[in-house]
Design a protein around this ligand. Sequence first.
Ligand SMILES: [Zn+2]
Length: 262
Amino acid sequence: MQNVIISLILSLVLASFAFFKKALTNNALILAFIFAFLITYFGGISSFLMLTTVFLSTVIAGIIKKEKRKEITKDIHQKGHQKDIGSIIANVAPGTIALLIYGFTKNEIFLVVYACLMAEAISDSLASDIGILSKKAPINILTFKRSKPGLSGNISLLGIFSSLIGSLLIALIYYLFNLNLINGIIITICGFLGNFIDSYLGAALQVKYKCSKCGIITEKEEHCQTKTKYYKGLKIFNNDVVNIISNILSGMLGLILLIIIK
Ligand SMILES: [Zn+2]
């Protein structure tokens, strides 16, 4: 009973912060609260701290040079800055499921898999939000050609560096609670590689459109007040789908590495 109350209080604090920062849409807020409760109840304080770190880093990264980011993304990204239910599912649902499995099996491997999934989530979000501010134009991960900032599949040194810092942060929290260096290294690797998987899928499969009026390549379905035309990629592969697939793949990579070293 004590655990239920502590988990409820902590999730409520996190959800209230998200509410006052207007970080999430209403539906996303309710779902995030449920996920936060399950994560804290089954995974304990360390898991709650990892979730909080992912969330706070997203909020803080969003504040840095907000206007510049808005200017870059307004013609490209389908969604605004507020995270909706799709973003919450893509970034937090796999981690919540890993902790549910941990809760029922008590197999510690799933606690590490959760950390890998959180490391991937923070890694991807920092790579996009901070990487987009890179002074040098990014390169496309498939063609290695210089590309316009903001498009999925682009990578920059600043983004790669930010994603590594994010992964290390989650690994550090895991290490402080569990003192297991090998697992900490696995978490860092999974988070860091997960971000590359995300960029690769973003470049190779994510749907992109072209504006028939101004010719811009975009992820938006509408530009210059007209419907954009299909340009490349698979139509079901929007940003959320790419995110959840790369999140799950990095968790599976973690699971495989953990089984191998056992
Ligand atoms: Zn246009």
